[in-house]
Design a protein around this ligand. Structure first.
Ligand code: PMP
Length: 375
């Protein structure tokens, strides 16, 4: 099998699986319990959290565990909106967000919040002038993903922060960093809130986190028994948290070296695909190499995906969360409906081999040519 859908989810690394097994077997206590088994669990919880915090360059008390980036996005946006109602009701997001952000925005609109969508240029970069123009006195939050999940556009968060804070120092900045962590370096201090998910970095599904700067106040979106002030009540899933901590550590190794290798694989695929007149590569100078989006204009993406699947090759449509629909990101960048309807997303990992890419290209070329002839 050749797996090229790493941006949808990654396989769990064996080291991480070992951690899950060990912690599940050896730490049976609830970390909130007062007895020694509880204390043993709470010590591990603390050391796992300290490790995550130190890798991310933040404080342990700035980490809130969630079930994944969807929940982190919900907590960030709804938690900020409800906490800041008296200050304002205006929120700005980009047109390159994950579908979960738009679903949350729709909900917030139903509560009376006003959402503005900042423009981007033809390379996918946020339009700084438009952003500057949109920030108002009642703007409570700007949410812009660090790396877009469909075309891999990376945004300059530091610059975005400067622009927003200059217009309104009180406006908070959230970034969905799900597709950035473990692929490119990020600085959490560029933002006030950030969403991260373990299953995109060779960790288990069902665990993520929200980074929340300690100066920022948001309200919980879930209520239950919890230790004082916890934004996410309930028993912490210790095996998943320990696994997340290991996954983050492993994911942050040799980022630049891995990126250089992935760039070569990406370029190899582009070179081959450029030969076909009806194939367009949706890539700009801001795309990270790990995510390669291509439109096969004369073939439906699901047909191509299923043809490849029969040969045990797995690629994605735009994002796993909006399969079958058009790529909103390709639309936002190129403003071309046909192009946006015909995308597939090939996502590469440091685990991908040159041999896999060669085999993939041979089979993709064969299958595509067969399907294009039927068109
Ligand atoms: N945000 C982005 C940018 C993503 O790529 C994804 C996963 N497709 C999510 C959020 C949702 O993450 P999770 O599956 O952890 O809820």
């Amino acid at each position: 099998m050749i797996y090229l859908d790493y941006s949808a989810t990654t396989p769990v690394s064996y080291d991480v699986i070992d951690t899950i097994n060990k912690v599940t077997k050896e730490y049976i206590g609830n970390s909130n319990s007062l007895h020694s088994l509880g204390v043993k669990s709470s010590e591990l919880l603390k050391s796992a959290t300290d490790q995550i915090a130190s890798i991310l360059g933040v404080s342990s008390n700035e980490i809130v565990y969630t079930s994944g980036a969807t929940e982190s996005n919900n907590l960030a946006l709804i938690g900020t909106a409800l906490a800041n109602r008296k200050k304002g009701n205006h929120i700005i997001v980009s047109k390159l967000e994950h579908p979960s952000i738009y679903a949350i925005c729709n909900y917030l609109e139903s509560l009376g919040f006003e959402i503005s969508y900042v423009k981007n240029d033809s390379e996918g970069l946020i339009d700084f002038d438009d952003l500057k123009r949109l920030v108002r006195e009642d703007t409570i939050l700007v949410s812009i993903c660090a790396v877009n999940s469909e075309v891999g556009i990376r945004q300059p968060l530091k610059m975005i922060r400067q622009i927003v804070k200059k217009e309104n120092f009180g406006t908070l900045i959230h970034s969905d960093m799900t597709q950035a962590i473990g692929k490119v370096s990020v600085n959490l201090h560029d933002v006030d809130l950030a969403s991260i998910s373990a299953h995109k970095i060779y960790g288990p599904k069902g665990i993520g986190l929200l980074y929340k700067n300690s100066n920022v106040n948001i309200v919980p979106i879930m209520y239950g028994s919890s230790k004082g002030g916890n934004l996410r009540p309930g028993t912490p899933p210790l095996p998943l948290i320990a696994a997340f901590s290991k996954a983050i550590r492993l994911a942050n190794v040799d980022l630049e070296k891995r990126e250089r290798f992935i760039t070569l694989l990406n370029e190899k695929i582009c070179e081959q695909m450029k030969k076909f007149p009806h194939v367009v590569i949706n890539k700009t100078k801001y795309s990270i190499p790990h995510i390669l989006n291509i439109s096969f204009m004369d073939v439906m993406p699901e047909t191509l995906i299923h043809a490849l699947e029969k040969k045990e090759i797995y690629v994605g449509t735009n994002t796993a969360c909006s399969s079958g629909e058009l790529s909103t990101s390709v639309m936002a960048i190129y403003n071309d409906l046909e192009r946006a309807k015909h995308t597939i997303r090939i996502s590469l990992s440091f685990m991908t081999t040159t041999d896999e890419v060669n085999k993939f290209l041979t089979i993709l070329t064969e299958e595509y040519q067969k399907l294009a002839k039927l068109h």
